[in-house]
Design a protein around this ligand. Structure first.
Ligand SMILES: [Zn+2]
Ligand SMILES: [Zn+2]
Ligand SMILES: [Zn+2]
Length: 265
């Protein structure tokens, strides 16, 4: 079998040429200790000696435009060794300064959305679609989602035409992007506070706890947003808002008092 070079992963074995791949031969006590291999072709592009040299010495190849996808369309990519496996790398497709919370992979822009580089070799489930219920994701939203954080609140409209507000987050076991309606923890009990039909209220309102914590959606003519309620539930003050009472305008910040009532400071 032809030896093609030293294995870039273990630096001990040699890559040997087999029928369909180049495979590291590093064994000790009859146990194979390195599983690194490079297929002889990726997306119908045959690995050239130059590509092999680049992979073994630089861990990545130059860009080539004659890869062919499942639908028979050509695409441009480089090959890159990531965590011991060959991955595709696309030009201008890496989102700067962010890594996948699940596997530390780069986040890549694609036509359908944003995916972890290891999503494309089925080793990571992180993928964010371009939009959810009609709300287009920005790259700032994507950065929050792939790092395990929540987006800000969005105003969604359900298929039934019902408006609702929710944050988005990535479920860390299924990688589904899910809605979170909770505005924060109830300061009176351990429930969570949701936007209800007529007010912001505690989920334990209907349980045996009968928690009566509520925030009215409007105070002195100012309509509270979900983000305002989130700030109040964290125990913080909002920024300055404008109010109107008995034909007089005034300004102030909102916060919760010791009885958990919303008041203007
Ligand atoms: Zn090896
Ligand atoms: Zn990942
Ligand atoms: Zn409560």
């Amino acid at each position: 079998m032809k030896r093609v070079g030293t294995c870039p992963i273990c630096n001990k074995g040699e890559l040997l040429e087999f029928e369909d791949k180049f495979q590291c031969n590093f064994v000790e006590n009859n146990k194979q200790l390195c599983n690194f291999f490079i297929y002889k072709s990726y997306s119908k592009k045959i690995i050239t000696p130059e590509m092999l040299f680049d992979l073994l010495h630089n861990y990545e190849t130059k860009f080539y435009s004659d890869f062919v996808d499942d639908k028979g369309e050509k695409f441009e990519a480089a090959l890159k060794i990531v965590h011991g496996y060959i991955n595709y790398k696309f030009r201008n497709q890496i989102v700067d300064n962010v890594k996948c919370v699940n596997c530390d992979g780069e986040i890549l822009r694609t036509k359908q959305g944003w995916g972890c580089e290891n999503y494309f070799n089925r080793k990571c489930g992180m993928f964010i679609y371009r939009s959810y219920n009609g709300i287009a994701m920005t790259e700032d939203n994507v950065r929050l989602l792939v790092t395990g954080n929540y987006t800000p609140f969005f105003n969604f409209t359900s298929k039934q035409g019902i408006n609702f507000q929710a944050k988005l987050f990535v479920n860390d076991s299924t990688f589904q992007v899910q809605f979170d309606y909770s505005l924060g923890d109830c300061p009176k009990c351990n429930g969570s506070v949701l936007k209800m039909e007529k007010f912001f209220g505690c989920t334990n309102y209907l349980s045996d706890l009968r928690c009566d914590f509520i925030i009215w959606p409007s105070i002195f003519g100012y309509n509270l947003s979900s983000n305002d309620v989130e700030i109040l539930l964290r125990g913080d003050q909002t920024d300055v808002k404008s109010f109107r009472w008995k034909d007089k305008d005034f300004e102030g910040r909102l916060s919760l008092d010791e009885n958990f009532k919303c008041k203007v400071l």
